[in-house]
Design a protein around this ligand. Structure first.
Ligand code: SF4
Length: 299
């Protein structure tokens, strides 16, 4: 039997006493969590009790790198006095974050963050040194209202958004992992930038597809990916993304662990999962699922 359900239907008031339901809101992290393992997603976001994600050195390094890059980008934007990279890294990655059994890894991680930030700032200067910085680490939303389809919202945090002299807007996402194009993140980023572009650059129209570039800067591998999505590409990719979101929304009507679409998906990520001890993959076998499918086939 499923544990206590913790489903929240967000509402807002419309100035009267009537509560207006707000469509569910999805971040790239949330969507990727579902595609990696639906059961972990369900347990993490909907079925209590919540559990802390375990300490993760890659995650801590990634957070520190983002903090350092944002701090230095703000100084660049504001024209304030430079501070040594050592000092920024020490502030962003305090030794106290590390539990005793991981403390030996601290020095290596600090060095990695420093090297990645040094290359990241070189790339920042090369690509964005002459551009106007519009946003640093800010959330932007987009509400998808297809009329006859499923309504939902998406939101993502932009690491950096700049306006180039030629009029192009470009978003940049700092990536600390290996080079892998993050389609979900890129699509949502392009959508929220397009939705908010006219507000961010007052008086400019961004009707042309070639006026918005989406970039990811892989500081670990020292590579930059940049793409200008056409309307056709966005339309096609968005349909795929919408299909995933619709499966999540439909699934939350029946949030039962171990049933579709919430089946467990075993992968190397299981090693970092806080729900290993209760995972249905340990109790529900493919033979069980095959028997269920056989029994239900006549329905
Ligand atoms: S242990 Fe693995 S399969 Fe089970 S919920 Fe966690 S990530 Fe999914």
């Amino acid at each position: 039997m499923a544990a206590a359900i913790d489903l929240i239907t967000p509402t807002r008031t419309n100035g009267t006493s009537t509560a207006v339901p707000v469509p569910p809101l999805f971040s790239p992290t949330r969507i990727k969590a579902f595609t990696q393992c639906p059961e972990r997603y369900l347990r993490r976001y909907h079925v209590g009790p919540r559990r802390r994600e375990p300490f993760s050195r890659p995650l801590v390094r990634g957070n520190a790198l983002h903090t350092v890059m944002a701090t230095r980008a703000r100084r660049h934007r504001d024209g304030t006095a430079p501070v040594s990279l050592d000092a920024d890294v020490a502030r962003a990655l305090p030794r106290s974050l590390y539990p005793p059994d991981e403390a030996d890894g601290y020095d290596d991680d600090a060095t990695t963050v420093q090297q990645q930030a040094a290359w990241g700032m070189t790339e920042f200067d090369r690509r964005y040194g002459g551009a106007t910085v519009l946003l640093i680490e800010e959330n932007l939303p987009y509400q998808h209202r297809p009329g006859n389809g499923t309504a939902f919202g998406v939101e993502t945090r932009l690491d950096l958004l700049v306006l180039h002299e030629g009029g192009t807007i470009e978003s940049a996402d700092w990536k600390t992992g290996s080079f892998e194009i993050d389609t979900v993140q890129n699509l949502i980023t392009r959508a929220v930038v397009g939705r908010n572009a006219m507000r961010l650059v007052t008086g400019r129209r961004f009707a042309g597809n070639d006026a918005i570039a989406t970039s990811a800067i892989y500081v670990g591998e020292q590579q930059t990916w940049s793409h200008v999505y056409t309307r056709e590409e966005m339309g096609e990719e968005w349909r795929t993304l919408t299909g995933t979101i619709e499966r999540i929304i439909a699934g939350t009507e029946s949030p039962v662990v171990g049933t579709p679409p919430w089946l467990p998906a075993r992968s190397w990520l299981c090693g970092t999962c806080p729900f290993q001890d209760v995972c249905s993959a340990n109790t529900v076998t493919v033979e069980d699922l095959a028997m269920t499918a056989w029994l239900l086939a006549g329905d």
